[in-house]
Design a protein around this ligand. Sequence first.
Ligand code: ATP
Ligand code: MG
Length: 259
Amino acid sequence: MQQAAEKTLAASDTGVPIVSLSEVGVVYPNGTVALSPLSLDIADDCVTVLLGPSGAGKSSLLRSLNLLVRPSSGTVRVRGEDIAQSAGTVRAHRRETAMVFQHHQLIGRQTALQNVLTGRLGKHSFWRTVFPFSEPERRLALACLQRVDLFEKALTRCDNLSGGQQQRVGIARALAQEPRMILADEPVASLDPASSERVLTLLRSICKEDRIPVVISLHQLEYAREFADRIVGLSAGKVVFDAAPAKLDHNALAAIYGG
Ligand SMILES: Nc1ncnc2c1ncn2[C@@H]1O[C@H](COP(=O)(O)OP(=O)(O)OP(=O)(O)O)[C@@H](O)[C@H]1O
Ligand SMILES: [Mg+2]
């Protein structure tokens, strides 16, 4: 079992990781070193959880994976190709990378369905977005809502949904993007335990069923142990742990959180 989990750490079936960071460092314009140069491969079919204290660099690492944060050094390769070479490949990579946020970033006065359809906007040219969504796109959006078990709420305004339901709409919006990777930055930080379990179960099943990598930053150790195939522990911008959850022992926790 553990062998199987560790096998997924290395590479996807094709032998080429979806995203590969090579000596990637992030220094913000004010001089803050958020990530010291690190190398990391993200493979298909693997739920990777980023752990670390506040300020350790989890969000910076997550956002380097789709270049929302531009690394100050190193190379980001997508399926073997250095994507920073052209704005077009960066845009294409962002289009196929969906993000799920702590505060879901939905438009409260719009329905769940309208919010999910915004996941399709990146697929169209500016002029195309002026026109209504096509019938197949509406059907796809409804199927995404069905997948997160919110089909009945399709026409409900998002500000009338619970926090857990809103986060599931956020996941449906990510699915509508037909992503090849999902990045989730503290997706359960504002949720109660039952809703958190449900959201993380969903993200894990999407990873396994669709065979796309899911990278999640979390503060809750118990969820990391339950839902991750691989845990990457960060401390002060450095990777201090990178292994299957079973290996997250006392020493590993001390390396990540100090003490
Ligand atoms: N836009 C920014 N400009 C300058 N410094 C930043 C910026 N964003 C983050 N930082 C700094 O970079 C370091 C890493 O921040 P990051 O947000 O990646 O940490 P984190 O592990 O996600 O923390 P948290 O658990 O609080 O979300 C911190 O010292 C933070 O203050
Ligand atoms: Mg963060």
